[in-house]
Each structure stands twice: as structure tokens, then as C-alpha cells.
Write a protein that binds this ligand. Structure first.
Ligand code: PLP
Length: 380
């Protein structure tokens, strides 16, 4: 890793779980923990200074997403953005089965409709069409899947929703998209979009929800009326400022970084495919984002593999991270029709702005050796 206290120690390939913060984002937030500590909702000049910092961040974020500043709402995380959308509408809610739990669980909780996906994790448009009845209030389809990296054709989904359920709002969870896709190409197709700062080099605990002008959602958080009554709660000023700095850097570097990281991802996956028998790539590379490598290794269990990788200081994951750290069967792989047997040996390696060729080469060696070791053990 290029920064942080674990410099040179860990091979960090878990960027979809969280990215190391960008140094410029850390730098930008520090004054708000010391001399610029004011509450931006106050009426004095000190408060106005904090409010100005938020206004500037909002302008910058809006420009990068391709919406108006008044359409940007700062939230506490991606989960809050997603929950606010699903919980904020009245009527039937619809989403594909591979959504992050921050969308899937509230949709299920509200008795919504969950539609199937194909083998690559794309929402099944025929099933979606059937679900688009006149009582549908919201359709939520993620831009990029957090486990397998599949990119959704949001423009295509939008055309279908607009033609069959023109009354419905369309939301996209773009939390895993910001590093790889120009958000300006996605925003025009949706009414609502969720982002989370810690996935693109900003701090944890701050997110964005864009709400198209004229769209009304019942707010999840009631209280002081911040964010024009759409999200109460004292602003995380430093977090918001850092989010904007991280998003600006991400946006500026995106094209170059995607090419560099696609090359490293290919080196990683090709290296493993050539070194390990019975290794398969879960989703074809032309369907997914540059930083995503997802593979299944026959005859081993992810949990044991992750244990050996951890011992060797390689950080990766199986399904998405969950609060307990426990391994749960992947609802994403199950929805894609991956057999339980194959899914048992799943490994997600995700690359990001600090990933180097040395990281990838080391990961190939460690993963290949660990799989061999596990197979030898199970054979014995
Ligand atoms: N949506 C997706 C696709 C994610 O990958 C994540 C985080 O893993 C979230 C939502 C939740 O974001 P946060 O960690 O900011 O709550």
C-alpha cells in the first residue's frame, strides 16, 4: 500500500469493502476537527464558515455527478441513502436479487418484489417487465455489483421502467460505480442515486443521495430539518468536505486508473487461471468493472482459503463484508445460478487506487500456493 500505517506490510485486495483514504481527503477534513469545528446550522460567522465549506463541497459533488447542487443530499453512509429511498416511498418496491443488503433487506421488509438475474448478474429484463405494474412506486437497480463487479445497463433499465411504469421512481445504488464509471453518464437516467465516500478514498460515515428536483421522499431522519428537510442531523462537515475532495480526485484519475487497474486485474486473474487447475472466473471481464476479480476454486472452501491468505497478509474476501465478519453463503452467486458447491470456493479480490503490480504478483503466488496446500490437506 502506498499510504497508511500498514505500508509495505499488507497486500490489500479488498477495495470494494473499503479503500484507503486519499491523503488530500485526510488533509482537507482535519481543520474541521480543530479550528473550524462550528455547527453549520448556526447563525454566526463561525457557523457560516462551516456552511460555506458544505456549499462548496455540494457544488463540486453535483458537477461530478451531473446533477444540480440542490439535488445533492449528504447522508451518513451508502446504507442510509439506500434505506431512505426504499423507506421513503409508498407503494410497491422492486429490485433484482443481487442488490446489496442495504436495498434488498428493506425491499423484502416492505413486502416488495425481487426479480431474478442472468448468469452474469444482470437483472432479467423480462421478469422486470412483468413486475412493472401500475402500483409500482420504486424500482432500484444497482449500477455495479459489489461482489462480482457486473455493470448494469442503467439506460436500458430506465427505458423499460419509463415505458412500462412511468409513475415509478428509478433509483440506482452507484456505491461501487464511482471509481470506474463516469456518473454523468448514469445520473440522467435515474431519479435517485446513492454513493458512499469510503468506497472512493473518502472517510467512512458519509454518503450522498441525489434526489431529482420535484421528487418527494418521506425523510428517514426527522429533527433539525437540515438538507432542506430531507435529512435531519448535524452535518459531518469534515466528512462532507473530504468526500468532495476524494470524488474530485477519483473523477480526474478515473480513465487512466481504469486502464492501469484493468491491466493489473488481468495479470492477477490470468496468473491464477494458469497456475491453478479448476479455477474459473465468475463473470466475463467485458461485463464488469476494471478493479474486480472474482473467481471460484474447485475443491476448497473460501473460509479456509481466507484464513491462509490472512496468515500471509493478503487481504481479500469471499462474499461482501458483514458486521459479524462471519462467512455467509452469497445471495449474489445463488441468484446467478452458481452451484452451492462452486460458490463454496469463491474469492473476491478487488483492486483500487493504491494497488501495485507487486501486490498482484504476490497475490498470485500466495493464492496459488494456498489453494494447493488446501487441496493437499483435503486429499490427505
Ligand atoms: N451498496 C453497495 C453496493 C455497497 O457495496 C455498500 C458497501 O459495501 C453499501 C451499499 C453500503 O455502504 P456503506 O458502507 O457506506 O453503508
Amino acid at each position: 500500500m502506498a499510504n497508511g500505517s500498514l505500508t509495505g506490510v499488507l497486500t490489500y485486495l479488498d477495495h470494494a469493502a473499503t479503500t484507503p483514504m486519499r491523503p488530500a481527503a485526510v488533509e482537507a477534513m482535519l481543520p474541521f476537527f480543530s479550528e473550524r469545528f462550528a455547527n453549520p446550522s448556526g447563525s454566526h460567522r463561525f457557523a457560516r464558515d462551516a456552511r460555506k465549506a458544505i456549499d462548496e463541497a455540494r457544488d463540486q459533488v453535483a458537477e461530478i455527478i451531473g446533477v444540480e447542487p440542490g439535488e445533492v443530499v449528504f447522508t451518513g453512509c451508502g446504507t442510509e441513502s439506500d434505506n431512505s429511498v426504499v423507506g421513503g416511498v409508498e407503494g410497491v418496491v422492486v429490485c433484482p436479487a443481487v442488490e446489496h443488503h442495504a436495498v434488498l433487506h428493506p425491499v423484502e421488509h416492505q413486502g416488495g418484489v425481487v426479480v431474478g438475474v442472468d448468469a452474469a448478474g444482470h437483472v432479467d429484463l423480462d421478469q422486470l417487465a412483468v413486475a412493472l405494474t401500475p402500483d409500482v412506486a420504486l424500482v432500484s437497480v444497482m449500477t455495479v455489483n459489489n461482489e462480482v463487479g457486473t455493470i448494469t445497463d442503467i439506460a436500458g433499465v430506465s427505458r423499460l421502467v419509463r415505458s412500462l411504469a412511468p409513475q415509478a421512481l428509478l433509483h440506482t445504488d452507484a456505491v461501487q460505480a464511482a471509481c470506474w464509471l463516469d456518473l454523468r453518464g448514469i445520473a440522467p437516467h435515474v431519479d435517485l442515486m446513492s454513493l458512499s465516500a469510503h468506497k472512493f478514498g473518502g472517510p467512512k460515515g458519509v454518503g450522498v443521495l441525489t434526489i431529482r428536483d420535484g421528487v418527494s421522499l418521506a425523510p428517514l431522519m426527522l429533527g433539525g430539518g437540515q438538507e432542506r428537510e430531507r435529512r435531519s442531523g448535524t452535518h459531518n462537515v469534515g466528512g462532507i468536505v473530504a468526500l468532495a475532495v476524494a470524488l474530485a480526485e477519483t473523477d480526474a484519475e478515473r480513465d487512466e486508473s481504469s486502464v492501469r487497474l484493468a491491466g493489473l486485474r488481468d495479470r492477477l486473474v490470468d496468473g491464477l487461471l494458469s497456475r491453478v487447475d479448476g479455477a474459473v472466473e465468475t463473470v466475463p471481464r467485458d461485463r464488469k468493472v476494471a478493479g474486480s476479480a472474482h473467481m471460484c476454486f474447485e475443491g476448497i472452501e473460501s473460509e479456509s482459503l481466507l484464513f491462509l491468505l490472512d496468515e500471509a497478509e493478503v487481504c481479500a474476501s469471499a462474499a461482501s463484508a458483514c458486521a459479524s465478519g462471519a462467512m455467509e453463503p452469497s445471495h449474489v452467486l445463488a441468484a446467478m445460478g452458481v452451484s452451492a458447491d462452486r460458490a463454496q470456493g469463491a474469492l473476491r479480490m478487488t483492486l483500487g487506487h493504491t494497488t501495485t503490480r507487486a501486490d498482484v504478483d504476490r497475490a498470485v503466488d500466495v493464492v496459488a500456493d494456498s489453494v494447493t496446500q488446501l487441496r493437499r490437506l483435503s486429499f490427505a
